[in-house]
Design a protein around this ligand. Structure first.
Ligand code: PLP
Length: 454
């Protein structure tokens, strides 16, 4: 239920765990609470646990590192895990991408925060101090620190902090399921890219630091892949105007969509990229900000390096966890597994849900799948927010021992019901089939228990 309640834009303040079951242990795709109840983790928590739970090799690697030393402070020492992880990430991104500078952090918000700071520092280093403005998209989520929150658009997560957030420009959400009126889905990529160029023009390119976006929009959009051609056009526009392109791959990256970088499938290399979640698969907190060779050289000359990072940046045991996870992902061919199993999973899920009028769309890439619920399939009108349908389905799934990630507000900030499924990369075919079966059951029950007048 943590995800059913905690994932969305509604009712998401943390209660300190009151009313939740107590977690006991995990094994593969399963989690057990202290009463012995078993849960099939269909969403990897919040799209984190790419190897599932309790992987003995990852645990052993962490223990081995802890037995030597937990943390070698990065200003005093380098370490084998740090250097190896750097190598593994650079190789996974493809050396041609030249995303070979890395700041390690402890999670997604910190990774985004550092991405924003690297962008600002780069422009400062080049004497372009007017380039301070970030452009982002509505219905995107980049994190909970003040900087990351300033470019994020879960309305009620922002509301208490309005007035103190760095000013940012927000462009409309890009959804092939909900293209703007008069824009055909195949024209959406060009249309949305033109919105970015218009905003850069309105502000004046000399005032714009960066455009930040989620290549596949996660919880705030419901696994929305970019329209064909969109990312490439955005890349070209940013380059032409000296605006840095920041890809937030905290949720969609580290292999979740079937390639290590989600944007690889769009043939696009960003200037700066944030990763976290699947990097160490949740075994220890770890994130990273990657940026280009050219940015690194500029920061080096001006300031000696990036002016960002924290006490626990490049934490040795966390890096050891990252190395273990990434080695297993590569050794076991898990990106290929996500691509092939993902290509079967999505149509099978769509077929299993076809009988529900309320299921408007099933979409995503690889093992990042979104289900959008609608009151009317023809008009795509959302359910009233008060019905909290996604939460109901999430709750029914949870009671039935299935963990999925329910979120709301994707249509206009308040209305909209989506559920994310993000299975472990190494989930078996039988487990994937079980997810589909039990999820369909949860949709049926959630629709019934949330029906008006009940
Ligand atoms: C796309 C994206 N960016 C950033 C974040 C923030 O990451 P974290 O919660 O690890 O700070 C999230 C978290 O869900 C995310 O999905």
């Amino acid at each position: 239920m943590a995800q059913a309640r905690g994932g969305g834009s509604r009712a998401r303040s943390w209660t300190g765990g009151r009313g939740l079951p107590k977690v006991s242990h995990g094994s593969g795709a399963h989690v057990f609470d202290t009463t012995g109840k078993r849960y099939l983790d269909a969403s990897g928590g919040p799209a984190v646990y790419c190897l599932g739970h309790g992987h003995p090799e990852v645990t052993a690697a962490i223990v081995r590192q802890l037995e030597r030393i937990a943390h070698g402070y990065r200003y005093t020492f380098t370490s084998d895990p740090l250097e190896e992880l750097r190598e593994l990430i650079t190789a996974a991104c493809g050396r041609a991408s030249r995303l070979d500078a890395i700041v390690f952090v402890s999670g997604g918000s910190e990774a985004v925060e550092s991405a924003l700071k690297v962008a600002l520092q780069y422009h400062s280093a080049r004497g372009e101090m007017t380039r301070r403005r970030f452009i982002a998209r509505r219905r995107s989520w980049h994190g909970n620190t003040l900087g990351a929150l300033a470019v994020s658009d879960f309305l009620d997560r922002r509301a208490p902090f309005e007035g103190a957030l760095v000013e940012a420009s927000f462009l409309p959400q890009v959804s092939m399921y909900r293209p703007p009126e008069g824009v055909a889905p195949e024209a959406l990529g060009a249309h949305a890219a033109a919105e970015l160029e218009a905003e850069i023009g309105r502000l004046g390119p000399e005032r714009v630091a960066a455009f930040i976006f989620e290549p596949v929009v996660g919880a705030a959009g419901g696994a929305l892949p970019p329209p064909p051609g969109y990312a490439a056009r955005v890349r070209e526009i940013c380059s032409r105007h000296g605006v840095l392109l920041i890809a937030d791959e905290v949720m969609c990256g580290s292999g979740r969509t079937g390639t290590w970088r989600a944007l690889e499938q769009d043939g696009v290399v960003p200037d700066i990229m944030a990763v976290a979640k699947g990097l160490a698969g949740g075994y220890l907190p770890l994130g990273a900000t990657l940026y280009s060779h050219e940015i690194a050289a500029t920061l080096e000359v001006a300031d000696g390096g990036p002016l960002t990072g924290h006490t626990f940046s490049a934490h040795t045991a966390a890096c050891a966890a990252g190395v273990a996870v990434q080695r297993i992902v590569a050794r076991d061919g898990l990106l290929e597994r996500v691509r092939t199993a993902g290509a079967r999973f999505q149509p099978a899920l769509r077929a299993a849900l076809a009988r529900f009028e309320a299921v408007g769309d099933v979409r995503g890439r690889g093992f990042l799948i979104g289900v959008e619920l609608v009151a009317d399939r023809a008009t795509r009108a959302p359910f009233p927010a008060e019905r909290a349908l996604a939460e109901s389905i999430g709750q029914c799934a949870f009671e039935d021992g299935l963990i999925c990630y329910a979120a709301g507000g994707n249509v206009d900030g308040t209305q909209g019901d989506i559920i994310l499924l993000a299975p472990p990369f190494n989930a078996s075919d039988a487990e994937l089939e079980e997810i589909i079966r039990r999820f369909a059951r949860a949709v049926e029950r959630g629709l019934a228990v949330s029906a008006p007048g009940r």
